[in-house]
Design a protein around this ligand. Structure first.
Ligand code: AMP
Ligand code: TRP
Length: 360
């Protein structure tokens, strides 16, 4: 019996799974840390690799959300993914909430874990998403009054739901930014625990972390570019106009040294702009190579080059994005329905194995 489960469970081909939260139009950091990998994999993976990309709306509601705004953010995330070139026929592109079995998977996962095993432990609220969502400092303690009053079970369950996402779709590879590595470690543990308890049924996913630096805020280059930063000038959205891109980059915080050099510790602003310049560099030069090539350039002129490069690199995304959102919504509806159907079918295959293994 168990052998039958095991042989069915063996993945025949690679399954790539990743997710992004619908928290507004993605910024350059999201593009480099996540979306560009999604696109690359779409071009590089063999045709039999399943590519499954999820807009994780259930994760978004682990903090209070305005329903109208959430609906808009979901549509914007879908339009942004299509606008950068994700092909909904090649990939399974879907809203997380359209797949029912995630909840059952999460329930089964959660039964297997003591609270101490969660990345959020009771002596420190240390999971990256928890810290960001609750606006906590890394030293926050769970018993601090302002912390405990903001903690909800759903936030503790955040990594559990993420593990369920990955496991229910039988992901073999999960491309994410390095800040997600801890959650993926947890997902692997869930698979091990489940397989140990019920026989080999779930697949252990491998984390794929892009070998690039984090993109930092333009106004404070010692903290990462983020959707939650209050200043809009701190981030470049992938749908910004050329004028917006130029204005944001020309006002980016740098230093008063002459020339260009790459050193995150002493020149974080210029180094971040070198990282940004390397994103769309046609010769694929590293930031250090670019620093060598432009060492004598005046910082103002250098900022102009960075703005040109980003404008060119993002060219077309804005118009496709606006067209998708402006046109009557039939196409987005179609993509949503097709994605939901494919994702449900895929998840249901695993859930059949899980139900049979657990005895449900
Ligand atoms: P988030 O916007 O935090 O939900 O992140 C979505 C994805 O983008 C995750 O895989 C992050 O690791 C990645 N990401 C977010 N901000 C940055 C950044 N500033 N630089 C590089 N990757 C990022
Ligand atoms: N937690 C991820 C983030 O904030 C999003 C996410 C949810 C995800 N489920 C996932 C990423 C599964 C990879 C795989 O970016």
């Amino acid at each position: 019996m168990q052998r039958a489960v095991a042989s069915k469970a063996l993945p025949r081909a690679r399954v790539v799974f990743s997710g992004i939260q619908p928290t507004g139009v993605p910024h350059l950091g999201n593009y480099v840390g996540a979306l560009r990998q999604w696109l690359r994999l779409q071009h590089q993976e063999k045709p039999d690799t399943k590519l499954i990309y999820s807009i994780v709306d259930l994760h978004a509601i682990t903090v209070p959300q305005n329903p109208e705004r959430l609906r808009r953010h979901k549509r914007e995330a879908l339009a942004a993914l299509l606008a950068i070139g994700i092909d909904p026929d090649r990939c399974t592109l879907f809203y997380q909430s359209s797949v029912g079995p995630g909840a059952l998977g999460a329930h089964v996962d959660s039964l297997l874990h003591g609270i101490r095993r969660l990345p959020i432990e009771d002596d420190a609220v240390e999971a990256p998403d928890a810290q960001q969502k609750l606006s906590l400092s890394p030293s926050s303690h769970i018993e601090d009054q302002p912390v405990s009053s903001r903690l909800k079970l759903g936030l503790f369950a955040y990594p559990v739901l993420q593990a369920a996402d990955v496991l229910v779709h039988r992901a073999t590879h999960v491309p994410v930014g390095h800040d997600q590595a801890q959650h993926l470690e947890f997902a692997r543990e869930c698979a091990t625990n489940f397989n140990h308890a019920y026989g080999p049924c779930l697949v252990q996913p491998e984390t794929m972390i892009p070998p690039v630096h984090r993109i930092m805020s333009l106004t404070d280059p010692t903290s990462k570019m983020s959707k939650s930063h209050k200043s809009e000038r701190s981030r470049i959205l992938i749908t910004d106009t050329p004028d917006e891109i130029r204005a944001k980059i020309s006002s980016a915080l740098t230093d008063s040294h002459a020339g260009i050099s790459y050193d995150m510790a002493t020149r974080p602003g210029i180094s971040n702009l070198l990282d940004i310049l390397s994103i769309f560099d046609a010769q694929q030069r590293t930031p250090a190579e670019l620093a060598n090539a432009y060492s004598q350039t005046h910082p103002r002129e250098f900022k102009g080059m960075v703005a040109d490069s980003v404008t060119q690199g993002l060219h077309g995304i804005r118009s496709r994005f606006l067209e998708l959102l402006d046109s009557d919504s039939t196409y987005l509806d179609y993509v949503e329905a097709q994605g939901a159907r494919k994702a449900r079918e895929n998840a249901e295959e695993t859930m059949e194995l899980v139900r049979s293994a657990v005895g449900l």
